[in-house]
Design a protein around this ligand. Structure first.
Ligand SMILES: [Ca+2]
Ligand SMILES: [Ca+2]
Length: 513
């Protein structure tokens, strides 16, 4: 009866959505439900030619590493030509920055990634271009240019306050009179005008180019909710529907994961439109907080609540979960360098539902705090400063051989954070309930414990994490020692009859028979 009521409630919730909400999107490739994706800042990852700047050939050489770690996808931060070090200010949407290599290098990378069953998604930055983009240069110099309307202008007198509006300047820095342009993030990144159909066509053409001619699998979409301001959210949704509709003709079901940095209620509508997946910022914040405070009891119920909300919008959505990304302090710094906490954080991420995204170096326990450059430091491959592939794009403040064991050493040490990640990624992939099962939070009178079941048609798991440094005895309702099989324990556990004694910062995954 309860089930019937729930189904009725769910179907009425679905009927209240526009009829087009599901038909807009092609089916999501199963890959994204099952696999772990690895975010790479190309500049910091692997250098192939000794100039100190990470590059595409360097990444290609390290694809075997990614395969060994067990990831099934990579998200590359922007690789198109751009004046800044981070390249979120594009000057050519259909090329590769020469600092990173050539288009031929990149096509080779995609081919070799695919040969290892690793999908490739690229960061796409549709909200703004660089102020050095030829479109903006033409628009700025000549108000009658056909590119003038590619951007957002307003008469200086009408601009109230200075926030987001800037006067164009000539090459010598002299302010040009007349109208001001809109740049939500920075004066060097003028917003594109999506009311202009030519701008929408340009961005769809760029999408077509990468999906069809280069052969990538999808996009991480930058600043999704800023294409139009929040007050014009309906136009924003219409744009993402158009993007999906047009590019599904090119590569049906191409993957999209959106950055919608907002509370879950504001995020959910994007799933109804063009996107398969959105980053779960609320869970990221909650995970970090749980590790910092040691109060983890609310994690699984929170995750369940967010999932329920998103599922009413799109039952097939992919929940892009993560600990921290390139815009946030690194998780190891958030837990003050405590490896025990970092291990629980990883175990939570990889046992809760979702399609987990790792940020490069997280698996080594790289630290880093803002400003942004220092959360994007060189990956430490091996011991010596001049070890092959180590980038030198910035002098590291946090991650040096004195402060961090490089990959080569961690690979030799079975107790390393790196082995912990590798083991959990493999466990997640091999166990249906871990990658595809539903989440059933287990409520216990222990604030330091996060406990839940993961249930799929063929498997039933009990997962318990201890976010404190003290041993804890956990009584899981219905759990019988003789009917369970140990699938994973980060440290040795002890049974007291049917209760599990979990060491400090311990995680355990049990299969119920
Ligand atoms: Ca290089
Ligand atoms: Ca905008």
């Amino acid at each position: 009866m309860m089930k019937k009521i729930l189904l009725a409630l769910l179907s009425s919730a679905l009927c209240s959505l526009p009829l087009s909400s599901f038909s807009q999107k092609g089916p999501i490739p199963a890959h994204w439900h099952k696999g772990v994706t690895y975010e790479i800042f190309v500049r910091a990852f692997a250098d192939s030619n000794g100039d100190g700047i990470g590059d595409i050939k360097g990444m290609t050489r390290r694809l075997d590493y990614l395969q060994e770690l067990g990831v099934k996808g990579v998200w590359l931060m922007p690789i198109s030509p751009a004046p800044s070090y981070h390249k979120y200010d594009v000057v050519d949407y259909k090329d590769i920055d020469p600092e990173y290599g050539t288009m031929a290098d990149f096509k080779q990378f995609v081919k070799e990634a695919h040969a290892r069953d690793i999908k490739v998604i690229l960061d796409m930055v549709p909200n703004h271009s660089s102020s050095l983009h030829p479109w903006f240069q033409a628009a700025m110099k000549d108000p009658n240019s056909p590119y003038r309307d590619y951007y957002v202008w307003q008469d200086s007198a009408k601009v109230r306050g200075q926030e987001h509006w800037y006067s164009p300047k000539d090459a010598s820095g002299k302010i040009l009179g007349g109208q001001k342009y809109y740049g939500f993030f920075w004066h060097g990144m003028p917003d594109l005008n999506y009311d202009n159909p030519k701008v929408r066509a340009e961005m769809i053409e760029a999408g077509r180019f990468w999906l069809k001619e280069v052969g990538i699998d999808g996009f991480r979409l930058d600043a999704v909710r800023h294409v139009y301001p929040d007050a014009e959210a309906a136009k924003n949704h219409a744009w993402w529907r158009e993007f999906r509709r047009e590019l599904d003709k090119v590569k049906p079901g191409f993957f999209t994961v959106g950055e919608v940095w907002a509370p879950d209620s504001q995020v959910a509508p994007y799933l109804q439109q063009g996107l398969h997946s959105v980053f779960n910022f609320d869970l990221s914040f909650a995970l970090v907080k749980a590790l910092q405070t040691g109060d983890a009891a609310g994690l699984a119920p929170l995750h369940k609540r967010i999932q329920n909300l998103y599922q009413t919008v799109d039952p097939a959505f992919v929940d892009a979960t993560f600990l921290t990304n390139h815009d946030q302090n690194r998780i190891m710094s958030e837990v003050a360098g405590n490896t025990g906490k970092a291990k629980v954080a990883a175990a939570l991420l990889l046992t809760l539902p979702g399609s987990p995204f790792l940020y490069y170096g997280e698996e080594l326990g790289m630290t880093g705090m803002k400003p942004d450059e220092y959360i994007r430091e060189p990956f430490l491959w091996a011991d010596s400063l001049h070890s092959p592939d180590r980038t030198r794009w910035i002098s590291p403040k946090y991650n040096t051989q004195e402060t961090l064991k490089p990959l080569q050493e961690q690979q030799k040490d079975q107790s390393s954070l790196w082995h912990h990640y590798k083991t959990l990624i493999s466990l997640r992939e091999k166990n249906e309930a871990l990658h595809s099962g539903v989440l059933k939070p287990i409520i216990l009178p222990l604030s330091q414990v996060s406990a839940f079941r993961r249930i799929s048609p063929t498997q039933r798991l009990v997962v318990v994490h201890n976010t404190s440094d003290k041993e804890v005895t956990v009584a899981i309702p219905g759990l019988k020692k003789r009917k369970t099989k140990l699938l994973f324990a980060s440290q040795k556990i002890i049974w007291q009859k049917d209760q599990v004694v979990l060491p400090g910062y311990g995680s355990v995954v049990l299969e119920e028979k």
